[in-house]
Design a protein around this ligand. Structure first.
Ligand code: FAD
Ligand code: NAD
Length: 474
């Protein structure tokens, strides 16, 4: 039996980062991964690289460029005609990006001497793990032992009874990344992150998109003012988002999906060519042997961990989507680093208060920290400053004048409590706010920081000045 200092189960952004960090710290490390890609080959990178963050952003970028050339080039005096999209080529480009990056992780494993155990991992007693090979040419099971185990088995799409996935007409997010043409009509169940991102991709490529959302409120995770701005902008782009819509059933015929739903106005039926079900994700512990091993799960199936990602079993940790907290790649990776460092006696700790979120619609939506509503609910006194991109010289030059930066600071101490952006490149702009908050910065710190001109980041500067009632350009 092979023995390792650490065995990581799962090689998504949680598991592969944890494995590399463990190896960097001198621990003998193996990573068990069962992913088989569309070509039938084993692959590292998990949901994020294979069917999540990276492929969705590749399609978002391609579709954004297409829409930009088609609808906005004229404004710059650029005359274009005969613009067309080859969806198969666009999807092939996405797949090439995925394979380059997942192969890259295999290279990083070799460089760091992380042993990749290809197969499905199952917990056994006494810190042992059974590895069952998967895919073609599978061989016999093996058992390895480890001083420490890190579980990073991620999540899978949640299902709802009225819409069962066939990955042809009714698809989950994975199927929605692989359409070979833009459906004429596309239904989406769920106006969350995936529904809005993938709905945007296919809308830009010509689909008529209807999004059915069960809640009455749009993007409840966002600051209300930002959600309101997003609602107006996405509606203007032609996304037909219907709130308070309870899907009661779906059926398919040769051509279409028939969806029935109810809202405050009664019962409705719509027919669409394809339907994406994007109603959240659930933790993945399938075949892990959690129950037999005595690993404690919560009522929703997440592995129970303390603030250091320690499970109820000695020397067994769990990180990423399979534990509490936001299901985000960077949260999974940072938990992986923190666990690796704690195993080697370092005092590493995650700051769960300062995890940035980004929704990659256009304009992008990004935030960190508390929303105004959360501050009000908690009775925290705050001051707020906002700056619209319409008043930014750089945004004007780019023709991207929608949206704003909004900063919330503690009324007594001026400490930054939350930053909320909707606008061009919000995904990049939020990093300044995250760093400022990590350093316990104040809105005055951002206000006193010299920002290059002309940049979109000046909107952050002006929003910070606005907290103190002294913006220059509004
Ligand atoms: P995963 O990435 O799910 O990896 C888990 C791995 O464990 C998988 O490879 C699986 O095969 C393997 N595994 C499971 N069980 C076993 C077992 N028993 N034995 C061996 N291997 C096993 N997040 C962002 O931060 N930004 C984004 O832009 C973003 N976009 C997304 C877009 C889409 C369409 C989707 C679906 C998700 C997106 N996410 C995004 C979420 C992000 O993908 C997840 O938060 C992240 O992948 C979680 O990482 P993880 O390592 O915990 O799990
Ligand atoms: P989500 O939780 O963001 O949104 C799901 C939406 O579906 C919610 O608004 C919910 O109210 C709605 N819903 C649930 N059941 C429904 C029903 N029966 N009928 C109609 N609506 C229903 O989940 P998601 O969009 O599936 O994404 C899953 C997770 O993946 C995200 O929460 C996020 O953690 C991660 N993700 C992140 C990014 C990013 O960081 N940019 C991108 C994609 C996914």
């Amino acid at each position: 039996m092979q023995n390792f200092d650490v065995v990581v189960v799962g090689a998504g952004p949680g598991g592969y980062v944890a494995a590399i960090r463990c190896a960097q710290l001198g621990l003998s490390t193996a990573c068990v991964e069962s992913w088989i890609n569309d070509e039938g080959k084993p692959a590292l990178g998990g949901t994020c690289l294979n069917v999540g963050c990276i492929p969705s952003k590749a399609l978002l970028d391609s579709s954004h460029q297409y829409a930009h050339i088609k609808h906005e080039a004229g404004e710059h005096g650029i005359a274009v005609s005969g613009v067309s999209i080859d969806v198969n080529k666009m999807v092939a480009r996405k797949e090439k990006i995925v394979s380059t990056l997942t192969t890259g992780i295999a290279g990083l494993f070799r460089k760091n001497k992380v042993e990749w155990l290809q197969g499905h991992g199952r917990l056994l007693p006494d810190n042992q793990i059974e590895v069952t090979p998967v895919g073609e040419g599978s061989t016999e099971k093996s058992i390895v032992s480890a001083r420490h185990i890190i579980i990073a088995t991620g999540s899978v799409p949640a299902k709802i009874p009225p819409a069962s996935i066939d990955q042809d007409k009714i698809v989950d997010s994975t199927g929605a990344l692989a359409f070979n043409q833009a459906p004429r009509t596309l239904g989406v169940i769920g106006a969350g992150v995936i529904g809005l991102e993938l709905g945007s991709v296919w809308k830009r490529l010509g689909s008529e998109v209807i999004i059915l959302e069960a809640l009455d409120e749009f993007l409840p995770v966002c600051d209300r003012q930002i959600a309101h701005e997003a609602w107006k902008t996405l509606q203007k782009q032609g996304l037909d988002i219907r709130l308070g819509a309870k899907v009661t059933g779906t059926g398919t015929n040769n051509q279409q999906v028939i969806i029935t739903y109810e809202d405050k106005d009664g019962k409705h039926q719509i027919n669409v060519d394809k339907l994406i079900v994007a109603v959240g994700r659930k933790p993945n512990t399938e075949g892990l042997g959690a129950k037999e091993a005595g690993l404690a799960l919560d009522e929703r199936g997440f592995i129970l961990v303390d603030e250091h990602c320690q499970t109820n079993l000695p020397n067994v940790y769990a990180i990423g989507d399979v534990v509490r907290g936001p299901m985000l790649a960077h949260k999974a990776s940072e938990e992986g680093v923190a666990v690796a460092e704690r195993i080697t006696g370092k005092a590493s700790q995650m700051n769960y208060e300062i995890i940035p979120w980004v929704i990659y619609t256009w304009p992008e939506i990004a935030w960190v920290g508390k929303t105004e509503q959360q501050l009000k609910d908690a009775g925290i006194e705050y001051r707020s400053g906002a700056f619209p991109f319409a008043a930014s010289g750089r945004a004007r030059a780019m023709g991207e004048t929608g949206g704003m930066v909004k900063i919330l600071g503690d009324a007594a101490t001026d400490r930054i409590l939350g930053v909320h952006i909707i606008g061009p490149n919000a995904s990049e702009l939020i990093a300044e706010a995250v760093l400022a908050m990590e350093f316990d910065g104040s809105t005055e710190d951002i206000a006193r920081t010299i920002h290059a001109h002309p940049t979109l980041a000046e909107a952050m500067h002006e929003a910070a000045l606005a907290v103190d009632g002294r913006p220059i350009h509004i």
